[in-house]
Design a binder for this molecule. Structure first.
Ligand code: M6R
Length: 600
């Protein structure tokens, strides 16, 4: 989603900081970009639709500046046009904004009645005008910001330049992430510290209803009441944040390959010393039920955990889409642990669901990849996946890290509630320890995936089917394919096909399935035969050396249910990757998508 960078310096040209920062935020997804900086004592604004490189080309080559703000916009209110792009400027105030001002229409009416007029269709221009309105009323920044925060409903991370105060940036935050990076004679604000790692890895995190005055050599952070806050200065560990593509053509492929190490890295602290280490995980036996909340791939990871909690440890587990959670009856109780899964830790719907659970004083646990992200602060207990930076929009290594960590959590729970024996637990720990050996042949099976991709990349509809755990994995397989190849792909519980969907099967429709549960495989294979009889072309992932010349078969080793999801998903990820590659798509930044969805 949208990205913010702002910089103020005594001795550096901040234009290169802003452009580098924007380029590093490109992975979040955007459709226009803009910059505002001080030039000849005036604020110079340049905007452009499309890539940051286009914006960069529009900036006069030798321009230099010591203060500026910049933005990548993912259109919400109003189309992706230059007028709607940020920064927005109203009289004394210039801002960039992430988030949504929900009551902007009411505020716009109030401002129109006070002789304000608007050029764009954005909520941000309204926010900018509101800041100017209060600024002209008080000519006091603290009072202006407090009045703004009191009035606005919605979410915002705002970076602001005030014409009469050109040595300082002002930043305000509610529900959208914002950090302040600290460096010598230069301070930089950004949506994500990783965007400015070239300049600093030391940073402050703003909490909701906090704001800051940022000059080149000082940062003063205040609460909405105007009290100065003594905030902790964080340091990001650089070794876990390799943002380069290495020798890979795409981040997605690099990230798929990194699963050789990221899975074990995630679970190792909890299995290193055998079952004793498992006992360092939170004790879930005090809860009657488990709820899991997430979006997209994180939701799919939750479904894998549901299968394991229920089938292996006999513990009831419900999984919810975060975007629905807030608007339904969740029967919240202190006996239910709600687990929030998120790679970014910044997904707006997941944060909103979490706040709802917290407001009822019910227990929460986070499975989060990005350290110091919003969700990691809000949950009672946070367990980190160790996938490292995931840049490609399509989540791969974060998913396998999530399902691995959740599996280990289930394993420790099963030991505690005695549904899993010590011997069984030791076997599963051994499987995790040999994960690299198990997945390497699957990661290296490029010829197979490429040949499947060649057969499917011109198709318009593809169906993924499975039963039980395989059904949940097919959901993730279909999501991976559709988001990067733009081929319509849907997953169905294999037994449901006959209840409607089979009418869509025609000659050459690809049907991709996994069948890795010996109790259910025969049934899934019958369903595959039914679609084969209607002209479908079948691709099957299975673990029991099933042979059938009418299917294309990918064999995976036989392993426990704790490891199986990891092995099944790798072919799904790579089939999606090679299909998108053959289509010539922008694999790392698929159209219309954003890496971190910070609006509802
Ligand atoms: O950062 P999160 O894990 O909370 O993100 C959730 C989804 O937006 C994310 O998984 C999305 O579905 C991915 N693009 C899927 O590949």
């Amino acid at each position: 989603m949208c990205g913010i960078v702002g910089a103020v310096s005594k001795d550096k040209n901040i234009l290169s900081i802003l452009i580098t920062g924007l380029k590093n935020l490109e992975y979040r997804g955007y459709d226009s970009a803009g910059v505002a900086y001080l030039k000849n004592n005036k604020i110079n604004i340049i905007k452009s639709i499309g890539k940051v490189s286009k914006l960069e080309n529009k900036i006069v080559k030798n321009d230099k500046s010591n203060i500026g703000i910049a933005h990548t916009r993912w259109a919400t209110h109003g189309k992706a046009t230059s007028v709607n792009a940020h920064p927005h400027r109203v009289k004394h105030i210039t801002i960039v904004h992430n988030g949504i001002i929900e009551n902007y229409e009411e505020i716009k009416e109030m401002l129109k009645n006070n002789n304000y007029s608007f050029k764009s269709s954005t909520d941000t221009e309204v926010g900018c005008a509101l800041l100017n309105y209060y600024y002209e009323k008080f000519y006091d920044v603290d009072k202006t910001i407090k009045a703004f925060m009191d009035k606005v409903i919605g979410s915002y991370a705002i970076t602001m330049i005030i014409d009469n105060d050109l040595d300082n940036l002002y930043v305000l935050k509610k529900e959208s992430p914002l950090v302040i990076g600290i460096s010598d004679n230069t301070n930089i604000v950004a949506s994500d510290i990783r965007a400015i790692l070239k300049y600093t890895n030391k940073y402050y995190i703003l909490n909701d209803f906090e704001y800051a005055k940022v000059s080149a050599d000082e940062v003063i952070i205040k609460s909405i009441k105007g009290e100065i806050l003594n905030k902790e200065l964080h340091t990001l560990d650089l070794k876990d944040n390799d943002n380069s593509k290495g020798h890979y053509k795409h981040y997605m492929l690099k990230e798929i390959m990194e699963q050789k190490t990221t899975i074990l890295k995630t679970v190792l602290p909890f299995i290193e010393e055998g079952i004793d280490s498992l006992m360092t995980l939170p004790d879930l036996t005090k809860y009657k039920e488990i709820s899991i909340v997430g979006c997209g791939t994180a939701y799919h990871a939750g479904l894998v955990a549901k299968y394991l909690f229920e089938e292996v440890t006999n513990t009831r587990c419900s999984v919810y889409l975060a975007s629905e959670y807030r608007y339904q009856n969740n029967f919240l109780s202190k006996d239910t642990l709600t687990i929030f899964i998120s790679q970014s830790g910044e997904t707006a719907d997941t944060i909103a669901a979490l706040k709802l659970v917290k407001s009822k004083d019910c227990p929460t646990l986070g499975i989060i990849n990005v350290e110091n992200s919003t969700i990691s602060y809000l949950v009672d207990t946070c367990l980190y996946t160790k996938a490292g930076s995931e840049i490609a929009v399509a989540s791969t290594k974060a998913y396998t890290a999530q399902i691995s960590l959740l599996s280990i959590l289930v394993l420790s729970h099963g030991l505690r509630n005695k549904t899993i024996s010590k011997d069984k637990a030791i076997d599963i720990i051994d499987e995790f320890k040999s994960i690299e050996k198990l997945i390497t042949p699957l990661l290296n099976n490029k010829d197979m995936y490429l040949s499947i991709a060649k057969k499917i990349y011109k198709e318009e509809d593809i169906f993924y089917i499975g039963r039980g755990l395989d059904y949940y994995l097919s959901m993730e397989g279909a999501l991976k394919l559709k988001e990067i190849s733009y081929i319509h792909s849907e997953s169905y519980a294999a037994g449901e096909l006959k209840h409607g969907t089979i009418s869509l099967i025609k000659k050459n429709t690809p049907v991709i399935a996994s069948a890795t549960n010996s109790n259910l495989n025969a049934k899934t294979i019958s369903n595959l035969k039914e679609v084969l009889a209607r002209g479908a072309v079948i691709y099957l992932i299975c673990d029991d050396n099933y042979k059938d010349d009418t299917f294309t078969i990918i064999n995976i080793p036989k392993v426990s249910d704790f490891i199986k999801p990891i092995l099944v998903i790798i072919p799904y990820q790579l089939i999606a990757y090679y299909t998108a590659l053959l289509k010539g798509n922008d694999i790392d930044k698929p159209k219309n998508l954003a890496k971190s969805v910070t609006v509802e």
